[in-house]
Design a protein around this ligand. Structure first.
Ligand code: HGY
Ligand code: MN
Ligand code: MN
Length: 418
């Protein structure tokens, strides 16, 4: 297969990313595009228009996943799916998720122009949500597609303003019974391309990462309940200070994660304190915990130890403790065959590459138990991500399109009578 011209692929992807970055652009830089928000909806419609203009059959499913379909000559065969997520973290970068969608549109358009109709139908998907930035749940888009969620699950999940996912979904025009069901049983393979969001490829001067395993993740909402009191008249020995308790737990989390070594990461990313006043002993604190490791048993052991230490600390300080797990994602192995194909393609294109573990979660991890799944990376400058400083060069973006196009060609055009 002839690879797309780098310059064209780079220009195509950069233009799409430029266009997408307008939706949710923050004053001080960065992008915030939360599920079912007005900017999220505009971004999805921007992509729908682009894909329609490129000749793909475009539709939204019931939860707001956007699909661009290139019909194959043999409609009996399972679909080859590629794509990524359109939502972002708060003040995130313009490449996380969006690059995977732009590269998929570039690759599929190139194949259609160069080789015509595929044998197997190829679909590009812009998943409605992956990050868990607005609601305490992640992978809402891919999770509905693989059947982990039912669209009615949104009733009991609320954002920080008390809006339920179901209300937000309806307000954005989705969640209607007459819309196409999100759950799919006709997907034969899923390929996602994404920025690495880490420093490995750049440090080792590699251009393509081939992911063998995506780490498992556990996320918790921790609530520490003490007693608000006067900062001036309450003796230290009589306090039930929720913030001091939470601080001790968070420092313990960091110390234990360091002891577990390089491959385990633990983060307390968000904290809310009440009444959050300088002259009041904090009465209640909520914070999040995110723990990741490539091995399920290690992840379980660490979390068990963490929870028992938190309980001990709370007891000693006379604090109430409530810990709600809201994400349990198992480590996900990628398909050896697809990874081998991607590696061969990268070699053939003289792109230095390496196999690796993904420390970031991705939609691909939901498909790995459903169908052969591959996850490919392009480098992130200085390994920075989930930040306005996220950057990948146009040449590196184009490399990813070349490998993705070649892999999709092998998956969908095989047996095409030219
Ligand atoms: O948090 C993650 O690993 C991904 O960016 N959602
Ligand atoms: Mn992300
Ligand atoms: Mn992502």
């Amino acid at each position: 297969m002839r690879a797309p011209m780098k310059r064209d692929a780079a220009a195509f992807v950069c233009e799409l990313l430029e266009g997408l970055a307008r939706f949710g652009a923050e004053e001080g830089g960065g992008v915030t595009r939360l599920l079912y928000s007005p900017e999220w909806l505009k971004a999805q419609h921007y992509l729908a228009e682009k894909m329609e203009g490129l000749g793909l059959d475009v539709y939204f499913d019931r939860v707001g996943n956007l699909i661009g379909r290139m019909e194959g000559t043999s409609s009996r065969d399972p679909v080859v799916l590629t794509g990524s997520h359109i939502d972002t973290v708060r003040f995130g970068g313009r490449y996380d998720g969006a690059y995977g969608i732009a590269a998929s549109i570039a690759a599929v358009t190139y194949l259609q122009e160069t080789y015509g109709q595929p044998v197997k139908t190829v679909e590009v998907v812009s998943f409605c949500e992956e990050e868990g930035s607005r609601f305490p749940l992640t992978y809402w888009g891919s999770g509905n597609m693989v059947g982990n969620y039912d669209w009615s699950n949104g009733e009991a999940v609320f954002d920080g303003d008390g809006v339920s996912l179901a209300e937000a979904m309806a307000a954005a025009g989705f969640g209607r019974p007459e819309q196409p069901a999100a759950c799919r049983v006709d997907i034969g393979a899923f390929v996602e391309i994404h920025i690495e969001q880490g420093p490995v490829l750049e440090k080792q001067r590699k251009r393509i990462g081939i992911v063998e395993t995506i780490v498992g993740q556990r996320r918790y909402a921790v609530k520490v309940q003490g007693a608000s009191n006067h900062a001036g008249t309450t003796p230290m020995s009589l306090r039930r200070d929720a913030l001091a308790g939470a601080a001790e737990m968070i420092l313990q989390l960091e110390a234990d994660a360091l002891l577990y070594g390089e491959l385990l990461v633990a983060t307390a990313g968000r904290i809310d304190c009440a009444p959050n006043a300088p002259n009041v002993v904090p009465g209640s604190v909520g914070f999040t915990v995110d723990v990741r490791h490539a091995d399920e048993a290690t992840l379980s052991d660490f979390c068990e130890m963490m929870l028992s230490k938190f309980k001990e600390m709370a007891q000693w300080r006379g604090l109430e403790l409530q810990i709600v797990p809201w994400l349990t994602a198992k480590p996900a192995p990628m398909h050896a065959g697809l990874s081998g194909m991607a590696e061969r393609i990268a070699q053939d294109l003289s792109l230095p590459n390496r196999r690796m573990v993904s420390g970031a979660g991705h939609d691909a991890q939901l498909f790995s138990s459903l169908c052969p799944t591959a996850l490919l990376f392009v480098p992130s400058q200085a390994g920075v991500s989930h930040s306005p400083d996220e950057y990948t060069s146009p040449e590196e973006l184009a490399d990813g399109v070349s490998v993705l196009a070649a892999l999709l060609y092998e998956l969908a055009y095989e047996g095409k009578r030219s």
